[in-house]
Structure formats: C-alpha cells, structure tokens
Design a protein around this ligand. Structure first.
Ligand code: G3I
Length: 317
C-alpha cells in the first residue's frame, strides 16, 4: 500500500511531502503529490516564508501560500505551515531597519499573528521558529537574537497560539537528530520553555542527511524530546549523496531511509515523516551542494528509487 496509507495503518498521523508553487504546472508531478494515499500531508517549501508573505512592512501577500493550502484542502491532506520566524528568506526591512526591542517585538507579533491567523483552522502544525541554533549549539546571532535575546522565541510562540489555538506549534531545526551540542541546546530550550509555560507542542527534526552518514541513536534522540512533553516529527527528510549515483549508494540510501523511518515508527510521540519534496526533479540539494544530489525517493523522471522500498520497510517495522 502507498506511504501515507501504510503510515496511518501503523498508527502514525501522516506521511507527507514538501512542495512548491512552480511545480504545480507539472501534471505528472501533481498526480503523485495529490494522491492522498501516498501523501497525507504537505508543506510549502517557500510560499509561507516571511519574504513571500510580508515582503514590505504590513503588506501581506498570501497567494502562493493559499494555493498550497487550497491544494491540501482539495486533496484532503494535512498542512504544515512553514515558517513564521527565520533568519533566512527574511526581507531586509526586518533585518536591516535597526528596530528597537519594542519595535521588533511588535513586528514579530504582527507577522506571526497575521500569517498564522490567515490560515487558522487549516493548519495541523506550524514551524513557528525555524533554525534558532548554530551547529555548535550557540544561538544564531540573527536580528531576532541580537535585538531580543532568546525572548523572541516565546514572543513568536505566544502570538501564534493566540492566532490559531488549535495548531500544533513547533520549533524546527537540522542537525538535532542525534547526540550533538546543538541537540543538547534544543533539549534545554524545550525544558526552559515548558517550565515557563510557553506554548510549545512539538520539535521538528528536519532530517537533511548524507547517505552512509546517519547519526547514531535516532530513536533515543526522539525519545529525549518526547520525554519533555512535546511531540516530534521528521519534517524535511532527504538523504543526499555525492554524484554520480552508484548501485551501492542507492542501496545504502534505501537502508538509510529505512533506518530514519523506523526510528519514527518506534516512538509513539513521533507523529509523522515529511520528505523535502518527493522527487529529485525538484530537490533543493544540487543548488546548495554542487556535486551532490539524488536525495529523494523518486528520481528525476518520477520513478521510484530503492529508497522508496526503504521507506516502506521502515513503515512496516
Ligand atoms: O523567488 C526567487 C526568484 O524570483 C528568482 O528568480 C530565483 C533565482 O534564483 O530565485 C528564487 O528564489 C529561490 C527560492 O528558493 C524560491 O524558489 C532562491 O534562490 C532559493 O535559494 C530558494 O531555496 C529554498 C531554500 O530553502 C532557501 O533557504 C529552497 O527552495 C527550499 O527548499 C529551502 O528549504 C529549507 C527550509 O525552508 C528550511 N530548512 C532547510 C531547507 C533546505 O534548505
């Protein structure tokens, strides 16, 4: 059976995929994306980000995000909002205006409450704060941290909760899937926010991996988070390789997809897995890591790769 149907039958909420608006003109791509037995959840890859939704102060544009939200609705798929507060794809009016703490607080509140409020009732979960930490576990010194310290996290979460009380509110990051300084920082942040009563429902582990280089202790790391009273999800899974792909690399990739999905299946509080688009045709990887790619379970021609069977095997574990 197809991926989402299988995930549901095993007690998970969804198996999903990222997508992006330019892909909507690709009929063959859309046929697979819109099969809600394959994907029970979608995430917009770009169109709900700050630069897309509030390109200048107070001027909100929702056309791209709405198209993704409407697709989810038409297809009967859950929707993940991505994202409210992130240092990247952030318009310069936010990063370079020299806002005071009070001003930036209201800028964040207005952005989060307007965007989350616009999609009220349509979103299962929101990545309210994206990528707050550096890989060494220190806070990323972006305009939010530099102006407000760590308080920007609770400012954003509180605004999101008020705007859509039923959406699950997440913090989302990469390189927190196994033991690391960054994972420790995220665990500490969860503990602090929970002890302060700040609204936080989940931690998104992005899962941008390299073939043959998965961190150890995937399941234990998920359990460390859920022990703190949050749900978890792999929110952006892909497993890239150095090209050209070989049979050995594709077989290792199959095994790695199996391992990651199996970790989620083994943890009750892991609600689902989202791949960061399902096909190599639209993967972000080659642009960002020249010479690497083929990170997705479907190839450039929308044919399933061995990685697909790895996911099936993981879902059956
Ligand atoms: O919109 C412009 C377009 O006007 C311009 O003509 C074109 C020319 O380069 O660029 C377009 O912007 C691109 C944008 O995607 C929309 O397509 C950017 O160059 C490109 O850098 C951007 O990449 C996105 C990336 O985030 C940027 O940070 C990827 O599509 C998106 O998949 C990726 O997603 C992130 C998650 O949000 C957070 N976690 C990591 C993940 C992978 O990087």
């Amino acid at each position: 059976s197809n991926l989402h149907a299988l995930a549901k039958s095993k007690g998970k909420l969804y198996f999903g995929s990222a997508t992006d608006n330019p892909e909507f003109t690709d009929a063959a791509y859309m046929a697979i994306l819109s099969d809600n037995t394959m994907f029970g959840q979608i995430t917009p890859g770009n169109s709900m980000k700050w630069d897309a939704t509030e390109p200048s102060q107070g001027q909100f544009t929702f056309s791209g995000g709405d198209a993704v939200a409407n697709l989810a609705k038409t297809n009967g798929q859950l929707l993940r909002g991505h994202n409210c507060v992130w240092y990247s794809q952030l318009p310069s009016w936010v990063s370079n205006s020299g806002f005071s703490a009070a001003e930036l607080t209201s800028v964040i509140q207005n952005h989060c409450s307007t965007v989350v409020g616009h999609y009220k009732g349509q979103v299962y979960s929101w990545d309210v704060v994206n990528e707050p930490f550096n890989d060494d576990g220190t806070w990323r010194t972006d305009v939010f941290y530099n102006t407000l310290g760590t308080s920007y996290v609770s400012i954003a979460l509180q605004a999101a909760r008020a705007a859509d009380p039923n959406a699950k509110l997440y913090i989302n990051d990469y390189n927190i899937e196994g033991p690391s300084a960054k994972t420790t920082s995220m665990l500490n942040l969860v503990q602090t926010l929970k002890s302060q009563g700040v609204p936080l429902d989940g931690i998104g582990l992005q899962g941008h991996f390299i073939v043959g280089e998965l961190p150890g202790n995937l399941q234990q790391t998920l359990e460390q988070f859920t022990a703190l009273g949050v749900e978890v999800a792999y929110t952006e899974l892909d497993i890239r390789m150095t090209l050209p792909a070989t049979q050995a690399l594709l077989t290792q990739q199959q095994k790695d997809y199996d391992t990651v999905v199996s970790a989620c299946m083994a943890v009750e509080g892991c609600v689902g897995v989202t791949i960061w688009d399902y096909t190599d045709k639209y993967s972000w990887v080659p642009q960002t890591f020249p010479g690497q790619g083929e990170a997705c379970p479907w190839d450039q021609n929308l044919a399933k790769k061995p990685a697909y069977d790895g996911i099936v095997s993981g879902l059956n574990s």
